[in-house]
Design a protein around this ligand. Structure first.
Ligand SMILES: NC(=O)c1ccc[n+]([C@@H]2O[C@H](COP(=O)([O-])OP(=O)(O)OC[C@H]3O[C@@H](n4cnc5c(N)ncnc54)[C@H](OP(=O)(O)O)[C@@H]3O)[C@@H](O)[C@H]2O)c1
Length: 240
């Protein structure tokens, strides 16, 4: 099996795409470390999946997690945890705490995990680090400016990290997964043509197993093509 015996950290594993990733990896024989803010949220995962409680928005909790993992073997990291907050800046409805929280979970945490865990991954041949981004990294939607900025930032960071890893000869594949619209708590009550979290997770894992550095899930393949031909059209489609 493709991930048999591999030790893989999945953040945001309590529900949605992260949970589906953890379950599929476990079925494939991986040693899964499933992370969410509380261990209770991970209670109903099957036995054998290791549970890690950590608020990725908290600097101290994040540092403690990284220090703990630095003493262990790790073959893969999937930075999947994310939040999306609708905020209308023009109407004065964006609060500072929400902005900090969204940037911390979506952007700062994957950067800190990469900084702390890349050397660990580098010790393991065939290892990988996936950052889960979004079509909204290509162009923003009106309703969630901070989310879109965080995903654009994460995509840019992922590319630069890949260049550095390649130039340094590190045997760690740095992967950007441009996720499609999926039916999860994050998208409840909005959007059409959503895929299931299971299908989203399967596409991500297929991409990793295929050795890709860019994974375009579902309709994102079409968006990629449109974006190549016309960034303006992409912006109009995504604007909302
Ligand atoms: N769903 C989509 O259509 C879509 C499209 C493009 C990209 N994405 C991206 O795909 C990823 C997964 O999204 P999803 O739709 O599966 O989201 P979701 O169902 O809302 O799940 C989010 C996960 O992130 C965890 N999380 C949130 N804040 C956290 C924190 N401070 N510390 C640790 N964990 C935290 C949550 O765990 P707890 O709340 O239990 O702690 C939960 O497991 C995200 O990065 C999202 O931006 C999703």
């Amino acid at each position: 099996m493709r991930f048999d015996g591999r030790r893989i950290l999945v953040t945001g594993a309590s529900r949605g795409i992260g949970r589906a990733l953890a379950l599929q990896l476990a079925v494939e024989g991986a040693e899964v470390l499933a992370l969410a803010r509380t261990s209770e949220a991970l209670d109903d995962l099957p036995e054998g999946i290791e549970r890690l409680a950590c608020d990725l928005a908290g600097t101290r909790a994040r540092s403690a997690l990284i220090a703990e993992l630095q003493g262990q073997r790790l073959d893969g990291v999937i930075n999947n945890a994310g939040i999306q907050i609708a905020a209308d800046f023009a109407k004065g409805a964006a609060d500072a705490q929400g902005i900090e929280q969204e940037l911390a979970v979506n952007l700062t945490a994957p950067m800190h995990l990469a900084a702390g865990l890349l050397p660990v991954l580098a010790c393991s041949p065939g290892s990988f680090l996936v950052n889960v981004t979004s079509g909204l990294a290509l162009a923003p939607k009106r309703q969630a400016p901070v989310y879109c900025a965080s995903k654009a930032g994460l995509r840019s960071f992922t590319w630069a990290l890949r260049y550095q890893a390649e130039d340094a000869g590190l045997r760690v594949r740095i992967i950007d997964c441009v996720m499609a619209l999926a039916a999860t708590q994050m998208t409840a009550g909005r959007g059409r043509g959503k895929i299931s979290p299971k299908a989203a997770a399967a596409a991500l894992l297929d991409g990793v197993a295929a050795g890709n550095s860019e994974i375009w899930v579902g309709q994102m393949k079409l968006l990629r093509l449109i974006h190549r031909l016309s960034p303006e059209l992409t912006a109009r489609i995504l604007r909302g």
